[in-house]
Design a protein. Structure first.
Lengths: 347, 274
């Protein structure tokens, strides 16, 4: 139950975490994230790293699609730009991984700005198709610009080095990826406490009146594309260090659809939604596989019988959440919060 | 205290706007004195909202000038005009439904803020400082002033129509207006809400000294609070002057009520048929 918030400063009133309960939850989450690598086996650490990468990318797409209302199916291609940049820099320049990641993000942002130009004229499905078109063009470059991208065979990526140590195990990469993803999520949350984030939401809700209120539409739409693809580029760079090779098959249109689905399932226009959505989309197939393993002693021939069901169940879960929770998984969290605010006075 | 914004004068000179063959505004001229309330009235389809859209930069008029403190702004884009001090509300409320009341109001200040993207991502430092200054100012000068303290953290979609209109006024005030354009501020309101809004508009004039131009259908309110009234009909100015002068003008009465003279009506119909 929460009676009221008594903040004494505006800074406290506008803090990201305003109640003690929220601080407690965040503390628990931080502890879990710190303890996890010491508890989890290698396989689950692999998944944790993948979740961190996907959270970074989905949060970026959420800024563009969830908050600015510009539907994009180009997130996979922007990730590829980041991944190739990192791979190329590792192979040819040998700059530190941090510089490479930022460079990957920056180049992806630049590409994103160009891809975003049609957004001044088209929106909704039309923009989605335009971004697919841009992805196809980028894919063409990845395949045919062999001197840089290694053509259809791709390029191998040297491991990231941190003060002379090569980061090769999932345990080491976890300590790199999770803080980066956390910082990126924090940045996105901050964005929506300032004029830039408000401008994005205004463009989503009513673009024409946003202009009369002093928001230059083109500049802010392109800015949203730039930030979103920067996030994708950094995520793609992490991806390159994670899988240690990049090829045109790494990032297909399916990847882009995956991130859009993550944002929609998690909750468009909610930072928490992007995080939960990415975790959900990455982990649920694995959890279902776990279920198959548990069932296998009791069902004869479980692997062949239950594996297809696993895929169907994953698809079914996505549909179920879309139908039952159109605001996304983040809305469930909000509903639980509201319940406990009023508890025990309202059932 | 609030930094007073110098009220601006507005002059519309020989403005014409047509959509294809339809002349929405035909050679309209009028002026708005600094610090006054000017009402733009006229029957439906007279061109009032088109006029507003020209002034705020939505539409590009084909001919004529819009002078803001003597400077022609008719070629500038809406965001530039917002920066100069044009602030408007909309006939069909144009609040951003995904934001709280407070965020909607803060959004109004956008053009006058400086936080860039990198500062926004980091938040602490410049962005936080600017946000806190804005918050303090909005709380002190706007939220208290318009008596919307109790709803500041609510999403706008959950508010009643009258309150939404008030939040729109609040957002316009956050734009540091030098001229406030109100498009039907009391349309669809009950008497009590109308009186509240009329009082707020008068308070804005008295305490902020802002120049106000409004389009309104509620004649009682127009006559009560305006300093000057301009009447449009079929895209042309048919009368302008003090409220009571306009009220007694036979052309205005005819535009609103018809002439009441069957012979005149028959004559006009015959003319139109010819």
């Amino acid at each position: 139950m929460r009676i009221a918030t008594a903040n004494e400063t505006y800074l406290a009133d506008e803090a990201l975490l305003s109640t003690r309960t929220q601080w407690a939850w965040m503390g628990i989450l931080a502890l879990v994230l710190i303890a996890a690598p010491f508890v989890l086996n290698n396989y689950w650490l692999y998944l944790a790293c993948l979740v961190a990468i996907n959270v970074a990318s989905a949060t970026g797409l959420n800024i563009l699609t969830g908050y600015t209302g510009l539907v994009s199916l180009g997130q996979g291609a922007f990730m590829a730009v980041g991944a190739y940049t990192v791979a190329w820099l590792e192979a040819n320049v040998g700059t530190p991984f941090f510089v490479n990641l930022v460079a990957g993000g920056a180049l992806a942002a630049l590409v994103g700005v160009f891809v975003g130009i049609p957004s001044l004229r088209v929106k909704g499905l039309y923009l989605a198709i335009a971004t697919i078109g841009a992805s196809i063009i980028l894919q063409f470059f990845f395949v045919n610009w062999s001197s840089v991208t290694g053509g259809s065979r791709g390029i191998n990526v040297a491991p990231a080095t941190f003060f002379g140590t090569q980061l090769t195990t999932y345990f080491q990469l976890y300590w790199l990826f999770v803080p980066i993803a956390a910082l990126m999520v924090l940045g996105a949350a901050n964005l929506f406490r300032t004029r830039v984030g408000r401008a994005f939401i205004a463009i989503r809700d009513r673009d024409i009146s946003a202009e009369v209120l002093g928001i230059p539409l083109l500049r802010y739409k392109l800015l949203s594309f730039a930030i979103s693809s920067f996030y994708a580029g950094v995520a793609g760079g992490m991806w390159a260090y994670f899988f240690r090779s990049v090829s045109p098959e790494s990032f297909t249109i399916v990847e882009s659809i995956f991130y859009l689905a993550a944002v929609i399932v998690g909750g468009m226009g909610s930072i928490l939604g992007g995080v939960i959505g990415a975790a959900f989309m990455t982990l649920v197939p694995e959890i279902l596989r776990f279920g198959v393993e548990i069932a296998s002693p009791y069902v004869s021939n479980a692997a062949t019988l239950l594996s297809p069901i696993r895929t169907v169940a994953f698809g079914g879960l996505i549909i179920a959440f879309l139908v039952l929770e159109p605001q996304g998984l983040a809305e469930i969290v909000q509903r639980i919060r509201r319940f406990f605010h009023l508890w025990p006075f309202k059932k | 205290m609030r930094a007073p914004m110098k009220p601006a004068s507005l002059e519309v000179a020989g403005l014409s706007l047509s959509f294809g063959g339809l002349k929405a505004i035909n050679d309209v001229s009028f002026s708005v004195e600094p610090g006054s309330i000017t009402a733009l009235i006229g029957p439906n389809g007279a061109g009032k909202t088109s006029m507003f859209n020209c002034i705020s930069g939505f539409y590009k008029p084909q001919r004529g000038a819009i002078r803001f403190d003597g400077e022609d702004v008719s070629r500038t884009h809406p965001p530039e005009r917002a920066r100069m001090g044009f602030a408007r509300t909309f006939q069909n409320i144009a609040l951003f439904r995904g934001m709280t009341v407070l965020d909607n109001i803060k959004l109004g200040r956008h053009a006058h803020m400086k936080t860039n993207i990198f500062q926004a991502l980091a938040y602490f430092g410049t962005a936080a400082r600017e946000e806190m200054e804005l918050r303090a100012e909005v709380e002190r000068d706007i939220i208290d002033f318009l008596e919307i303290n109790h709803i500041r953290h609510m999403p706008v979609a959950s508010l009643s129509y009258g309150l939404q209109k008030r939040v729109e006024l609040a957002r316009a005030l956050a734009m540091r207006p030098r001229i406030l354009l109100l498009d039907e501020p009391v349309a669809g309101m009950n008497r009590e809400e109308t009186e509240d809004m009329a009082r707020f508009i008068l308070d804005v004039k008295e305490e902020w000294g802002t120049t106000i131009l409004m389009v309104e259908h509620d004649m009682g309110m127009v006559m009560d609070i305006s300093d000057h009234v301009v009447v449009l009909n079929f895209g042309q100015v048919i009368a302008s002057g003090l409220p009571h002068e306009v009220q007694e003008n036979p052309q205005v009465v005819e535009a609103y009520l018809g002439s009441g003279d069957p012979a005149a009506l028959m004559k006009r119909l015959a003319e139109e048929a010819a």
